[in-house]
Design a protein around this ligand. Structure first.
Ligand SMILES: Nc1ncnc2c1ncn2[C@@H]1O[C@H](COP(=O)(O)OP(=O)(O)OP(=O)(O)O)[C@@H](O)[C@H]1O
Length: 269
């Protein structure tokens, strides 16, 4: 290790990942893919549909192994599920038969936290996401945005050092999404977690991230990396009117558009 340089939270080094298709053909989802996420950094990943974005996250979770190359978390090779890693995916992972507070308490209880302490923590997290009045509700009694708030509390209560998010807000209406963006940035800045946020929505990526990775049409490799030099804390509802935001959107979209067109052309063929 070079002296004084902190170890990154996540490193994918020249990673390839191949799958066998149902017809027995080999499909390369990722090719020679490299990405570094520093501690506390917020990285967004955009790319055409089906290019391999979720596969990158699965490699970090340990759910998938690279066919070639190396994946490191906190400087160590990934070896199974890591308790320092939290997830929020498009479909939330709430237990429908448990109340809101019982959902949030599940992680700490599983990790052996004493019951009284775990419930106190869960109530504290529900207060932070503005759901104190709903702790005895069940998931089906909540709106989509409220369920996402429960999912965030359920994840952040475990104090993840790394947070992997796969289109977490794509099912929400536009206004609720913006509220969730604010909520996420607030929780992230307090928790100082390192985030990888996969999305189809370029504006969402720019509004949230320190860096935006643009992936090629599959097999995914890194086409470009754009540092987003917008001040923090960010007010997501307003930042889209900032000239620098508009400039980033235009530049990155020009880059991404080529890959989206390639992907559509292939699908049509
Ligand atoms: N377990 C698997 N077995 C076979 N093929 C797979 C498997 N997982 C992913 N793939 C294939 O790998 C490619 C990349 O999939 P992945 O889900 O990573 O893409 P994505 O960019 O996240 O897609 P989307 O944007 O539609 O969510 C796709 O062609 C997919 O069919």
């Amino acid at each position: 290790m070079s002296e004084g340089k902190p170890i990154p939270a996540i490193e994918l080094i020249n990673v390839s990942r191949r799958f066998l298709s149902p017809t027995g053909k080999s499909l390369t989802a990722l090719r020679d893919f490299s990405m570094t996420v520093e501690r506390g950094e917020f990285v967004a990943v955009v790319g055409p549909t089906g290019c391999g974005k979720s596969t990158t996250l699965n490699l970090v979770t340990g759910l998938a192994r690279p066919s070639a190359g190396e994946v490191r978390v906190m400087g160590e090779p990934v070896n199974g599920i890591d308790p320092r890693v939290g997830f929020v995916f498009q479909t939330d992972a709430l237990f429908p038969w448990r109340s809101v507070v019982d959902n949030v308490v599940a992680g700490p209880r599983f990790r052996g936290r004493p019951k009284a302490q775990a419930y106190a923590d869960a109530r504290d997290w529900l207060a932070r996401v503005g759901l104190s009045r709903f702790e005895t509700h069940y998931p089906h009694q909540l709106s989509g945005g409220m369920r996402k708030r429960v999912a965030l509390a359920q994840t952040f209560i475990n104090g993840p050092e790394i947070l992997l998010m796969d289109e977490p807000f794509s099912a929400l209406d536009v206004q609720t999404r913006v509220l969730m963006h604010e909520e996420l940035l607030r929780l992230w800045s307090q928790a100082k977690a390192s985030v990888v946020f996969v999305t189809h929505d370029l504006e969402e990526a720019i509004a949230l991230a320190d860096k935006v990775y643009v992936l090629t049409a599959g097999p995914a490799t890194v086409k470009s990396v754009y540092p987003i030099d917008l001040p923090r804390p960010r007010v997501v509802a307003d930042i889209r009117y900032d000239q620098r935001f508009i400039d980033y959107s235009r530049t990155i979209w020009d880059d991404l558009k080529e890959e989206v067109q390639t992907s559509y052309a292939r699908a049509a063929a």
